[in-house]
Design a protein around this ligand. Sequence first.
Ligand code: PLP
Length: 493
Amino acid sequence: MEKAPLELERDNVELLPKESEARAAAICKGQAILNGFLFVCLLVSLLSTADSPPTPAPRDGSRAACSGHGMLFDDAAACECFDCWTGSTCSERLPDESELCVVVANSGTPYIFEQYWVAHPEAAISIKPSYHIGYNPDMPRLEAAIRSMHELVGNAVVDETKHVVVGIGSTELINAALYALADDVSAGEHPSSSPPSQRRQPAAVWTQTPFYSGYRSPPAYFRSRAFEWAWDADPNASTAVPPPTSAARRVIELVTSPNNPDGHLRVPVVSGAHSAVVMDHAYLWPHFVATGAPPVDHVSNSTISLWTLSKVSGHASTRVGWAITSCPVLAARLTAFVRAASYGAPRESQLRAIAAIEHIVAHDGELFRVARRLMLSRWRRLEDAFARHGALVASTEGVLAASPAYRLEGRDAPAADAFSAETSYEASPAYAWVQKLDGGDCLAAMASVGIVARPGGQFGVSHDFVRLELLMREQTFVILLAKLDTLLGVASG
Ligand SMILES: Cc1ncc(COP(=O)(O)O)c(C=O)c1O
């Protein structure tokens, strides 16, 4: 076994000057022993590898256990079948026309990411019972991961002058932002410090219609003295023009861009000293829209931008969101709100968010590319279905077909995208915004073919509109399309 290395030793020595020979021989002898040792080690390791199976790579069998049409979660006794699949292992497909085959398209749960995470179980976390049982929930590593992800995508300014405040989902931060912006930072006002005599009217919370259905309930539910939903204060207020601003009554505009439900990019319409803006960028990610230059809308002292893990990685139940602002006073108010409301986002949630975000960054945003391909293909199939049946697809290029019964809201024009470096990046919004053109009840029409949609009323418009979620699993989307095909086919005769 030692033969080859020793021969090598002799060959080497012959190349060295005579006086170094003895020392060289000693070194080479040592080397030979080492080489021999390494060779034995290699052999032992090869033999042992051949005898015992290799350590298995982590595998997530949650879908496979349910025939690919459901999920068996670790804490569940049975499969949760996807819409229109049934049986103990979800192997039976209900016919599309069965009353039991109902596609639930009224939520915003981003299942487009689920298959990716099934394929990447290495991004799992495990937590020791002894891990940080104290109250301190601050995790700078999450903030660093968030900044890296924005830098990778190019959709936010996150230099060191910007503050990132983490909350329990964007839902908590919407309230935190309304609280933070209700009083004028530059005038030194503070929501809790002004004596009652000096308190102005509550700030009016206003947003253009159609608006995200989650905006109306916080002001209505909390009945805060700091802010109120504009249409509670004045039922006749315009849904297109903001209420007037004044020193006595500030206006906070909630701007969702891209918008939920119709997918359009939006800009604020309020302006002036007594106004403030919350830019909700839940959907400003490459799977939904082009991001050109990072929007600079969170760099003023009266603006806060909001982001959520729910629509970035799909981990909606983790309940992690973040706000970005350049104003230290606003950052302090946001933090104070989160502390008062919940004493911070749970560490367990933050750990899961860190694992997901660090994975996304380490894989150069591959998750976004996967989700993007899916969303784009869905939009093509959806528009084809509407066009095939002569339904209107409102688009930047104009009307595509005539004699319509339904109208599908069109997508914004393609634009340059920083993440992919594509110059003509098509939008692929998270939702389809559909109108029934005879003025009838669109929700009921969808229900007649087994589609559960979200009614226009929840977005501040009439019942001839519905929002259809497009974030479901692929097999559910295929059934949704088939059902829409039936609906549109009946409507076009
Ligand atoms: C525009 C918008 N903002 C905020 C949220 C809430 O996000 P989170 O899950 O972080 O509470 C949603 C959820 O659908 C949303 O669509």
